[in-house]
Structures are given as C-alpha cells and as structure tokens.
Design a protein around this ligand. Structure first.
Ligand code: CTP
Length: 406
C-alpha cells in the first residue's frame, strides 16, 4: 500500500509538546510525517525533536531550508494527503481564515488541495472570543475539519474549553479524512435519537421501545463524513460515537428545547427519535401508592410536536428529515406526516417487521418525497440506511442552494 503523507503543522502554544506524541503515533501507524513549525512553535519545542521522531527534515523558515530538500512552498502542499495542524493557535486560525501566506505553514495550507484538519488549543476566553468563533466558522464552511478542544484545566490555570483534543480523537479525524469522502465537511448536523421518558411520579415514566440505534448510526456516519454532529439523545444504553457531541435529554419537552436551541446553526436536522406523544397531565411528586385503589386512571396530555415547532422556525436552506414508524398503511400515513411537518423527505418503516425498526441492527425503509415519489430501499444495516439518508440530504441541500452561493 502506498504510504500516505501527513503534513503536521505545529504552532506556538504550550500544547506544542503534545504534537511530538502525535508525530510519533502517526509514524508508528505507517504515515510519512513532514513537520512544518511556525517560528513561535520553536520556542516551545525544538525542531530536532520532530526531526528525530519523524526521520524527516523539519521546515520552519521557507527561505532557509537546505537546498538538498525540495521544500519549495508548494512541494509540501502537493505532497500532502492531509494537513493536520495541532495545536492550532488563535493566530494561525485567523491567518488561515483570511488567506495569509507569510510563512511555510500558511503558504502550504493555501496552496494545498488536500483536506485540512485543525485541532485548536488556546485559553478558553480566547477560544470563546467571537473573533475566533467566526474564524473557525469560516474555515468550517470552507470544508476544514475542526477537532474541537476539550474542556478542562488549561496551562494558564483557568478551567474551560480550549485544551487540545486527546490524541486518539485527532488521529481518528485524520484517518477518517484520509479514508474517504468528506462530503459533509463544513456541515453542522443535528440528529435526535432514542425514546423520551415522560415522568409520572419519582419512580415511573411512560416511554417506548426505541433503542436509539438508528439515530446513533446517523450520527456516527455523518461524523465520519466530516460533519460536526450534535446528537440529542433520549435515554439509551449506547455509547456516544467518536467525535459526536451528545446532549442527553429525558422528556419530549427537554428534547424540544435542545432541538430548537441548536436549530439556528444546523445545516440539517434528522429526527430519528421516537418522541413520546403523550405525557401524564400531572406529575406526582410522591410515589403513587396502590392502597385503597383497584384501578388507576391516568390523564395524559400531548407533548410538543418537535417537528411542527421546527417547521415554524426553519430557514429555507435547512434540510429537515423525519421518520415515520407505522404498523399499517405505511406510505400513506408517512406522506401525510411529511406534508403536515413540512419535511424535505420522510423515512418510513414498518415496525411490525422483526428485522426492521426497534432494537434491530437492520432496517428496511421507504423514502417518501414531497412529490409523491416512493423509494423502497432493500434490507440494510442501520449504518447503510444512515449513509443512504445522508446521500439524499446532501442532494436536497445542493438543490436548495441558491445558484450564487458556492
Ligand atoms: N416527532 C416529533 N415530536 C413529537 C412526535 C414525533 O418531532 N412529539 C417526530 C418524530 O421524531 C418523527 C416524526 O415526528 O421524525 C414522526 O413521528 P411519529 O411518532 O411517527 O408521528 P406522530 O406525528 O407522532 O404521529 P402518530 O404518533 O399519530 O403516528
């Protein structure tokens, strides 16, 4: 197999020492690793460290490189299968967002056709500063892949977001980018999954049989394809997929609030959650006792219809997809929901089949379009169904895009 080349850009933050570990891990994984450092980075770690770990020359100054190596600024840009900048300081993020090319690293990024992965690390106030947020937004929109920093104790003593993501997450992102189509890069997607629970008293709730598998598969596939994924999940026993931001909720009301809070920045929303439609009208703060009762009458009221709320607020270019779990008249009922909830398309499944729907690893769905078209997909794994759904979301998004936008 051909060895892939990773250009590792190291910029001047205290986390620069962690880049040595990344370089070493990448070499151990069989990549050719060529390190480009900014001048500031060399104040934190000596180029010799990277040279020794990678067995390759380290470039800092594009004019001072020894002539035996072909380090014309575009040589590295052309050699790259992927460019990884870790740590990425606020400074490099600003320079890249605005197209600066004043050293070897910025020049390489500007000249390369390869995908670029950035792992920011900085003080939390800097990271949260609107200038940095906007610059990252610009880069994301251009298809840069951002490995979000962690929240934790920072070198300056403060605690908050800004600590370089763990090496596993960074390497995962690099490998994902190398593996293939990053056709959702620059997207922010919102996926809901799992059941909701509607409390009755401190020990009881109403819920349903959803396990969350379909929604988790959607989140994981989108993350692998480069999207920045927020997964709003009801209670499940599943682990959050790598690189996915999970927001845990319990009731339909909480799920609704989280979906609406994240909606403005979402490129697309896929509502795979099995939201409970009814909740007890009154919550009993005391456990309901059975003494003196032969029957118990529960009064239920409607929960918010999340997709109906979304339909009121969504922007025209946002793609919204729903699911319809039906036990009869599948296509007809799904189409009615599609229209009522103003969806771009709806994914319908027959929950009476044992190899599809709840708790199963496979699913057999129909995709129903506003113009009445029905696409019947074969029995697929939930991951394959997820990929098929994202392919269609991508198509809808391209069709929705005004011709002037790129
Ligand atoms: N949904 C929602 N909010 C609810 C209920 C459902 O946003 N309170 C979403 C689901 O996530 C799904 C779609 O609406 O994407 C259809 O859900 P489904 O339960 O099949 O339809 P309902 O509108 O609840 O209608 P019914 O239960 O009567 O079939």
């Amino acid at each position: 197999m051909e060895r892939k080349t990773v250009i590792l850009g190291v910029t001047g933050g205290i986390a620069a020492y962690k880049a040595a570990d990344l370089a070493s891990r990448l070499v151990q994984k069989g990549y050719t690793v060529k390190v480009v450092m900014t001048k500031a980075a060399t104040r934190f770690v000596a180029p010799l460290t990277f040279q020794t770990l990678t067995g390759q020359p380290v470039v800092v100054d594009m004019f001072a490189a020894p002539p035996v190596w072909n380090v014309a600024h575009v040589a590295y840009a052309e050699a790259a299968d992927v460019v990884l900048i870790a740590p990425a300081t606020a400074d490099i993020i600003a320079k890249l967002a605005h197209g600066f090319a004043d050293d070897m690293l910025t020049t390489t990024v500007l000249a390369t056709q390869a995908p670029v992965v950035l792992a920011p690390a900085m003080n939390s106030n800097m990271y949260l500063n609107p200038a940095v947020r906007e610059n990252l937004g610009l880069l994301r929109a251009r298809g840069f892949y951002i490995v979000e920093p962690e929240t934790g104790r920072l070198a300056c003593g403060a605690s908050g977001p800004g600590r370089l993501a763990p090496p596993e997450a960074i390497l995962e992102a690099v490998e994902r980018v190398l593996r293939g189509a990053q056709d959702l890069a620059g997207w922010r997607v919102l996926v809901t999954a799992g059941p909701t629970r509607e409390p009755l008293d401190p020990v009881r709730f109403l819920s349903n049989r959803s396990t969350g598998k379909m929604g988790y598969a959607l989140a994981s596939v989108a993350a692998r394809r480069g999207a920045n994924v927020t997964l709003i999940s009801g209670p499940t026993s599943l682990e959050a997929p790598p690189s996915v931001k999970r927001v845990e909720v319990t009731s339909a009301e909480e799920m609704c609030a989280q979906v609406l809070a994240h909606l403005p920045e979402a490129t697309a929303l896929v509502m795979a959650a099995a939201v409970a439609d009814w909740r007890p009208r009154a919550f009993s703060p005391e456990k309901i006792k059975k003494e003196g009762r032969e029957t118990l009458r529960l009064e239920l009221e409607r929960t918010p219809d999340i997709l109906a709320e979304v339909a009121e607020r969504k922007r025209a270019e946002q793609v919204v997809v729903g699911f319809a779990a039906e036990s009869s008249h599948l296509a007809e009922r799904a189409r009615e929901k599609l229209v009522r909830k103003r969806l771009d398309f709806i994914v319908a499944n027959d929950i009476t089949r044992s190899d599809a729907g709840f708790a199963s690893d496979s699913n057999q769905v129909q995709i129903i379009w506003p113009d009445g078209r029905v696409e019947e997909l074969p029995l697929l794994t939930k991951e394959e169904v997820a990929a098929a759904i994202w392919d269609r979301v991508l198509r809808v998004k391209k069709e929705n895009q005004p011709p002037s936008a790129n």
